[in-house]
Design a binder for this molecule. Structure first.
Ligand code: CMP
Length: 138
């Protein structure tokens, strides 16, 4: 059974879309195995986005993610990584199909509401960064 890390970003919390986003993963049939509301500090945000450290948008991205509370979650199910990414939609909301979370609710590439791990290996790293093992269901 596969697990993935999902985060509702500060814009999603601010816009009261947490319930809507959770509902979509629940309705798909995925199992929620961990969830918490927290305000990420700079160290956590920079670690989370470390692969983007050299990109021109890195500072904006870290400023945005540390700008308010986020909801960090772990979802479990068959092919959870690919399934959740399909529900989230393309990174740039311009390319995200209607029916996806970003396609339905987002307009900007930075304020794109939700993050989902891009591979099983990334998911393992991100889950370990955001959660202690005892915070997750077995
Ligand atoms: P996320 O799925 O959280 O992973 C990396 C984030 O970087 C991505 O969502 C976008 O919010 C952001 N991002 C990716 N590409 C760009 C870009 N070209 N300009 C600004 N932000 C970007």
């Amino acid at each position: 059974m596969e697990r993935t890390f999902i985060m509702v970003k500060p814009d999603g919390v601010e816009r009261r879309l947490v319930g809507e986003i959770v509902r979509r993963f629940e309705q798909k049939g995925l199992r929620l195995v961990g969830m918490k509301l927290l305000w990420p500090d700079r160290e956590l945000a920079e670690n989370h986005y470390a692969v983007h450290r050299e990109r021109p948008f890195f500072q904006d991205l870290v400023n945005f993610i540390t700008g308010g509370p986020v909801v960090a979650m772990v979802w479990e199910g068959p092919n959870a990584v690919r399934l959740t990414r399909a529900l989230i939609g393309a990174t740039n909301p311009l390319d995200a199909a209607p029916g996806t979370i970003r396609g339905d609710f987002a307009t900007e590439i930075t304020t794109n509401l939700v993050h989902g791990s891009d591979s099983v290996e990334t998911a393992e790293k991100e889950i370990a960064l955001w959660f202690r093992p005892e915070e997750l269901l077995r």
